[in-house]
Design a protein around this ligand. Structure first.
Ligand SMILES: Nc1ncnc2c1ncn2[C@@H]1O[C@H](COP(=O)(O)OP(=O)(O)OP(=O)(O)O)[C@@H](O)[C@H]1O
Ligand SMILES: [Mg+2]
Length: 249
């Protein structure tokens, strides 16, 4: 479904992503992990057209995406969440999601945008009541709103930049289960970016690990969790939790 070759991003003299190649198969959940600043969000920004790549290619269902504008990429069926949610506070919850749905269509229709918002809010378990506001959503609620906005664009491939920071353990597990349901029930392929490895390992089919913009490991969760290069990078963080989570699958 997605074939990425030698993807590179330079900011001035600094290389944030260096020659990264990977594939994603239809129906798969690929986990993309790595420490802070390792280039995960930068990869999403290139896949979604926020930044043009400095080099490499991104082929989605046989079409080159590199260099396309974000709305064209959305229309091809690639939706994304943003790591830091920034809803329009003066719009209702419903309007925030409907706006994303409107943007995600080739032929703009308010009725269709409303339908997709209704569906997306239901999937993530947020109120579909038109009067609900975004106030008081909290960290977990804002993450759900991000997911609802991405789903309202009608993606075939969902780029979920979750960063579960601010969520408690139960909320993190719920977020992981929700991504699994989105794949299982809606057939949406997912790349899930996270730097907390433990939660992710239980849900993904395959994992790719970045460090300083380079791919340092890729494979099944148990293989990656046992890879000495990965353990070295994660040493002192959650290496044990990660291996336990991979073993629990
Ligand atoms: N627009 C930008 N201009 C300059 N440097 C940038 C820009 N965006 C990202 N970077 C740099 O590129 C590197 C990779 O950043 P990126 O946001 O992709 O990391 P990340 O893996 O998503 O980290 P985190 O886990 O903290 O979200 C960092 O050093 C960051 O400072
Ligand atoms: Mg990031």
């Amino acid at each position: 479904m997605l074939v990425v070759e030698s993807l590179t991003k330079r900011f001035g003299g600094f290389t944030a992503v260096s020659n990264v190649s990977f594939n994603v198969d239809q129906g798969e959940i690929l986990g993309l992990i790595g420490p802070n600043g390792s280039g995960k969000s930068t990869i999403f920004n290139m896949l979604s057209g926020t930044f043009p790549p400095s080099g490499g290619s991104i082929r989605f269902e046989g079409h080159e995406l590199a260099g396309l504008a974000p709305h064209r990429i959305i229309n091809r069926g690639v939706g994304r969440t943003f790591q830091i949610p920034r809803p329009f506070r003066r719009l209702s919850l419903f309007e925030n999601v409907a706006l994303a749905g409107y943007y995600g269509q080739n032929r703009h229709s308010e009725a269709k945008a409303n339908e997709s918002a209704q569906r997306a809010l239901g999937i993530v378990g947020l109120p579909t009541d038109r009067a609900a506001t975004v106030d008081g959503l909290g960290a977990a609620g804002l993450k759900k709103l991000e997911l609802a906005k991405a789903l309202a664009t009608g993606p075939k491939l969902l780029l979920a930049d979750e960063s579960l920071g601010g969520l408690d353990e139960a909320e993190m597990e719920q977020a992981a289960d929700m991504l699994r349901r989105i794949r299982d029930q809606l057939g949406i392929t997912i790349i899930w970016v996270e730097h907390i490895m433990g939660v992710l390992m239980r849900v993904v089919d395959r994992v790719m690990v970045l460090d300083h913009g380079e791919k340092i490991s890729e494979g099944l969760p148990a293989e990656v969790a046992a890879d000495p290069r990965v353990i070295e990078v994660y040493l002192g963080t959650d290496a044990e939790a990660t291996q336990a989570a991979a073993a629990r699958r």
